[in-house]
Design a protein around this ligand. Structure first.
Ligand code: APR
Length: 293
């Protein structure tokens, strides 16, 4: 992977001089944790068309008519997330907090930023782990081991003939105690309102930050996709990271799990000898423990 070193040095400069960094992430940041994206070839929506699977009416229709297909869909969603762990991209984003103020705005529902140690995370599309009541009120937070138990229960149920009651019993941990009220994960599907206060806080952070990183998102789903433009209009430098170039002041092409650790090291690194990848004729001296020197 060739990465233009001038770009990484430029991006590192912006990161180092920033007072407030926003990191805006999508499915691509979790690819190296084993979770598929939605729109890449072979992506999730190619296997499960969003018009049927990405809205509550569609899901209820499938539940009523094809419980086995719903079980297959749920396993495709839950199993990789339950088994996932933060990758170097999530950890580099969490490490940024040692150097500057960081707000993570994520479209993902996998809680990997929190597991990596990020402390300010706005989940604008909700979370698979946060269980809410019928009015959206918080009920409880599932742990990743509890999610793994749900996946095992679902796998057992899916082995035999699967009726809807058997399927609902298999995923009963997603429901509240007593199952008097329909509880569900707080995920935001198409047609739903964005998660609050996450969305309002994200909009404010995009306007207030001075460096905005786009990591692993196609930036096609509104209104979240408006955030980079809002940040840029408010004067922030916008850095993009991902294998396919998008709109940004500088784009670092490649997988987030490789680029982000290099970028954070280049900005704040404890590099004592010049790594070949960062030297160039007019380059500054190697990064020392005082990266500003
Ligand atoms: N590192 C960084 N980026 C990657 C990697 C990687 N290893 N692999 C893929 N990508 C990039 C792809 O190039 C693409 O730009 O991640 C992006 C994934 O785009 P989508 O699949 O569209 O996912 P996302 O942008 O998160 O979708 C936004 O759409 O369906 C809704 O609610 C869903 O939150 C989701 C929203």
């Amino acid at each position: 992977m060739h990465l233009d070193n001038a770009s990484i040095l430029r991006a590192a400069e912006w990161l180092r001089s920033a007072r407030h960094v926003v990191v805006f992430t999508g499915a691509g940041v979790s690819v190296e944790s084993g979770i598929a994206t939605f729109r890449d070839s072979g992506g999730f929506w190619q296997r499960f068309p969003p018009d049927q699977f990405a809205n509550w009416n569609g899901l209820l229709k499938i539940a009523a008519g094809k419980p086995k297909l719903l079980a297959e869909f749920l396993l495709e969603v839950l199993a990789p997330v339950a088994a996932a762990a933060p990758n170097p991209a999530h950890r580099a984003i969490a490490d940024l907090e040692k150097h500057t103020r960081v707000t993570v705005i994520t479209q993902n529902v996998d809680r990997l930023h929190q597991d990596a140690g990020s402390t300010t995370v706005h989940e604008v599309h909700g979370s698979l782990f946060e269980i809410v009541g019928k009015d959206g009120e918080f009920v409880r937070l599932l742990s990743r081991p509890q999610m793994q138990d749900i996946v095992r229960s679902l796998q057992r149920a899916a082995r035999g003939p699967l009726t809807l009651p058997r399927l609902l019993w298999a995923i009963r941990s997603l429901y509240g105690p007593g199952r008097k009220v329909f509880h569900r994960p707080s995920i935001v599907l198409f047609g739903d309102a964005m998660a609050e206060p996450a969305w309002s806080d994200s909009w404010e952070a995009a306007r207030e930050c001075d460096c905005f990183l786009i990591v692993g998102t196609s930036c096609v789903v509104m209104p979240a996709a408006m955030l980079p433009h809002e940040a840029q209009m408010s004067g922030a430098s916008v850095i993009g990271i991902g294998p396919e170039e998008g709109r940004a002041d500088v784009w670092l092409r490649g997988p987030a799990g490789e680029i982000l650790p290099r970028l954070v090291r280049a900005a704040f690194g404890q590099q004592t000898q010049c790594p070949n990848s960062l030297t160039q004729p007019n380059d500054r001296a190697c990064w020392s423990d005082n990266p500003g020197t």
